[in-house]
Design a protein around this ligand. Structure first.
Ligand SMILES: Nc1ncnc2c1ncn2[C@@H]1O[C@H](COP(=O)(O)OP(=O)(O)OP(=O)(O)O)[C@@H](O)[C@H]1O
Ligand SMILES: [Mg+2]
Length: 261
């Protein structure tokens, strides 16, 4: 199966700094990462170590000071802003800690939005089945994620765990090559958090989705096949957990302890 080794994402020598009161502070310091199709990779490290900054660079949301990011063979930061935005919409699904659902839209409309925007671009004629298509996709995804019956509800009318599943559905609606998740369970209780993680796991194992998740939580990271331990802007170690069916934290805790965490 040559497919299993197909590289989806390749980041090389990523540096990122922010200008804080005029002096630049480096928060990502030379990170490199190669991810194959269907892998579930976590980046774990303490608050402020640069995880979100790195994820934004990997997802084409913030250009690095140095280094390259190639997604499905496309060198992201050689694209124009417009082409990058289009590429991102078509190929990357983002899941954020605070869901970022639009409050005035229903759950189903939130799910459909990226697909509609994308179809608008490639198929600018109005009507002609576009909406029916978007609805069918949203319905199928929401059913798969256990959200049937909530299609017409607005975000403030449904629970946090359900909102996060709506956000996962929205991230999947354009059928992206890669899903990037930033603390997707951060605000959820244990059971809702676990159901979102199990969903991500299913997407990776059953559907061959590629997932990069950043978290400071060891129980969340323990779901991944590989965990990069990040400290002070650098990857200190790549822990190979393998495809496990039990997501105990012991092997990861041992490696974290070795780095004084
Ligand atoms: N837009 C910004 N401007 C200036 N500094 C920033 C900006 N974004 C992040 N930083 C700083 O960069 C460092 C890394 O931030 P980042 O958000 O990447 O960390 P993190 O590992 O995601 O943390 P957390 O686990 O708390 O989300 C922090 O010190 C943060 O204050
Ligand atoms: Mg963060």
């Amino acid at each position: 199966m040559g497919d299993s080794a197909e590289v989806v994402l390749e980041a090389s020598g990523i540096y990122k700094s922010y200008a804080i009161s005029r002096s630049p502070r480096e928060v990502v310091k030379g990170v490199s990462l190669t991810i194959s199709r269907g892998e579930f990779v976590a980046v774990m490290g303490p608050s402020g170590c640069g995880k979100s900054s790195l994820l934004h660079v990997l997802g084409g949301l913030a250009s690095p000071d140095k280094g390259t990011v190639s997604l499905q063979g496309v060198d992201l930061y050689t694209l124009s802003d417009r082409d990058l935005a289009a590429f991102r919409r078509r190929n990357i699904g983002f899941i954020f800690q605070f869901f970022n659902l639009l409050p005035s839209l229903t759950a189903a409309e939130n799910v459909m939005l990226p697909y509609r925007l994308e179809r608008e671009r490639v198929w600018p004629l109005r009507g002609l089945g576009r909406d029916r298509d978007a609805k069918a996709r949203a319905d199928a995804l929401m059913t798969m994620l256990g959200l049937r019956g909530l299609q017409g509800h607005r975000p403030d009318e449904i629970a946090g765990g359900e909102q996060q599943r709506v956000a996962v559905a929205r991230a999947l609606v354009t059928d992206p090559a890669i899903l990037l998740a930033d603390e997707p369970t951060g605000t959820l209780d244990y059971h809702s958090g676990r159901s979102v993680l199990e969903l991500l796991l299913r997407l990776s194992r059953r559907d061959g989705r590629t997932i990069v998740l950043v978290t400071h939580d060891v129980r969340t990271a323990a779901y991944a096949d590989r965990v990069a331990i990040m400290l002070d802007g650098e990857f200190r170690e790549m822990v190979e957990l393998g495809r496990r069916n039990v997501h105990d934290t012991a092997p990861l805790l041992e490696r974290l302890a070795a780095h004084g965490l």
